[in-house]
Each structure stands twice: as C-alpha cells, then as structure tokens.
Design a protein. Structure first.
Length: 261
C-alpha cells in the first residue's frame, strides 16, 4: 500500500528533527518552500505539519510560522505513601526538596457528584439534586517555572466533612494539609490509597491550563484514599506526559521510603 504523501513528508521532517538537522526552536521553511522541496501541494504540507503538531514535535505561532518544539526538562513528581503521612502539603514538600517554592490556585464548591465520581466514592444514587460532594480544582506550579506542573480535581463526600473544620480543603485550621492529616483531625484514619495511571489527549481546557498544545498527551492519575472500606477522597491529577516522570516509592516492612530523586 502506498504511503500517503503527507505521512511521507511528516516522516522525513520527523527524522530531520531526531537527527538535529532541525534543532529545537528552529523555524521550519515556509509552507510554499516545503511544497517545492517535497514536490507536493501546500495543503499536503499543511497536513504533514499538523500531524507533527499533534505529536508535540512542532508548535505553530500565528503570524510567525512553524517551529520545532523545545523539549522541556523532565520534571519529577514523587508518589509516596510515606510522603502522604507527613504534615503539610505534599506538593509544597516536593518543591522545597528541589529548591523551589510550590504555589497553587484553587476553587472549592459543593455539587452533586457525577455518575463516574459517585461510583468511585461508593455513593448511593441521588434521589434529588442535593449536593453531596465538595469538589476542589487546583492548578499547581513552582515559582521558577512559567508552565504549571499539574492540575488536580478532588472530590470528598459531604457526609464525612460537612460542618467540620476540614469541609473546605484550603480553608480553616488545617488548610493545605494532606488528606491523611485533614481526615485525622476529625477522627478518621486514612490507612490505604491506590492510583491508576493512564494516558490520553488533553482536553482543550486542560491544554489551556497546562500551557501545552491542543491534543498533547497527558498522564491521568486516578487516586483514591481509604479509611478501612470507606473511600474518603478521589482525585484526578493531570500532568503533561512529555515533561513529567512519576516516581513511586514507599517503605518495606519497618523501613522508610527512599529519599526522592
């Protein structure tokens, strides 16, 4: 089967980028020049460059042209039960260990949990429009980096937190603390957690929040915290796949977690 012309052009440009012939930050030749070079219609060249934009190899700058995307330095996020057992914000701790200051924006509001969240929290089907969870949406960043590190949306059952000092995760005497310490403040011992990680294209809103190109691949970390059989929080953490590595570690037996790298 003959390879479509746009795929052939994309493959050659991809090879030139990999070899360094087109260096990070370099501007591609104009579309009409590429059309002459590859003996193809300009529309075919456009399809080839669109493919490479979706792959994260090129970035389009309106009015300036098409550029080879600079590969971001890979950033490390440690996922550790030992870390979650410490007081304070786990993200702030990680940034401090890396010589940075962690900052975040957030918005908390009550809502009726969507069906998928209800299932993860083990909530019964609603019989009205009553709000039954506190949702908090975050954007996390460090003070020395323009682009955010991650977004996170968490949901906690109001049946657990309503009317307590931890009802709003970022307000009150326990503001900014991790889930285990906030729940301990109202007598609930969080004793287990799990995370499922998978990849998908970013939604338009996620791409905007993370400062990545439309359709860029992100890693989704679906997190759950348990107190016995009860789920006390679920969250979706979204990170750019090409600039983030997730590091999982924890204690063995009576030992301690390895220091983060």
């Amino acid at each position: 089967m003959n390879q479509p012309a746009y795929e052939r052009i994309a493959a050659d440009l991809r090879s030139r980028i990999a070899r360094g012939d087109l260096a990070p930050g370099a501007r591609l030749p104009a579309r009409q020049d590429l059309a002459v070079e590859y003996d193809a219609a300009q529309g075919v060249v456009t399809e080839a460059t669109k493919l490479l934009v979706r792959e994260g190899l090129l970035v389009s700058r309106p009015g300036a042209g098409m550029f080879v995307r600079r590969r971001p330095q890979r950033r490390a996020l440690v996922r550790s039960w030992f870390r979650e057992r410490r007081a304070g914000s786990p993200f702030a701790q990680q940034m401090q260990e890396q010589g940075r200051q962690g900052v975040w924006e957030y918005r908390s509001d009550t809502m009726q949990a969507p069906a998928e969240v209800r299932d993860r929290l083990g909530l019964a089907e609603p019989d009205s429009e009553t709000h039954d969870v506190m949702r908090t949406a975050y954007v996390f960043r460090s003070d020395d980096d323009e682009s955010p590190w991650m977004t996170s949306t968490s949901w906690e059952p109001l049946s657990i937190t309503k009317g307590t000092a931890i009802a709003f995760p970022e307000a009150g005497p326990h503001a900014g603390c991790g889930v285990t310490h906030r729940m301990a403040a109202i007598g609930i011992e969080v004793d287990a957690w799990d995370e499922e990680v998978w990849a998908r294209p970013a939604s338009p809103e996620e791409a905007r929040q993370l400062g990545v190109g439309p359709g860029s691949v992100v890693l989704v970390v679906e997190r759950s915290y348990f107190a016995g059989e009860q789920v006390v929080e679920v969250a979706d953490i979204i990170v750019p796949a090409d600039s983030t590595k997730l590091i999982y570690n924890g204690p063995v037996g009576d030992g301690h977690a390895r220091p983060s790298q």
